[in-house]
Design a protein around this ligand. Sequence first.
Ligand code: FES
Length: 146
Amino acid sequence: MTRMATTSRRFGTITAGSNKDAKHHRSKGEVEQWGDDMKFVLAATTSELANGAMKAVDIEGQELLLAKIQDGYYAVGRRCTHMAENLCDGTLDGPVVTCPRHGARFDLTSGKAVGKAKLMFLSTMPKDLATYPVKIEGTEVFVGVA
Ligand code: FES
């Protein structure tokens, strides 16, 4: 079976080519094998996420945040790396989400921490978020997990 897509973090619409599997209906949570150890799991449909929207998704026991930013889809770990707050409860401004608990900021397109957490008089830069590859097939959004 030949795939015409790569596994980078951001994907445009994948050309299905002769891949007949791309035309099969899949229900949410169904796992598709991709490469040796990467599995892509149906996480959402494109109509579920407007630009600037975030969605919590749980895949293979991992708590993820899926976001649509400037027509691109990105998936990162949902828990703030400072004290594990749910980043889906934060505010998204362009590609940057602000944690609702202590204000740490993360760029969802890269997972990089771009703003410090402020707790009392302490200000610390949290670790970067884990990132996950995303691919689009038609109207379906898949997130890859190892
Ligand atoms: S838990 Fe997110 S900044 Fe502290």
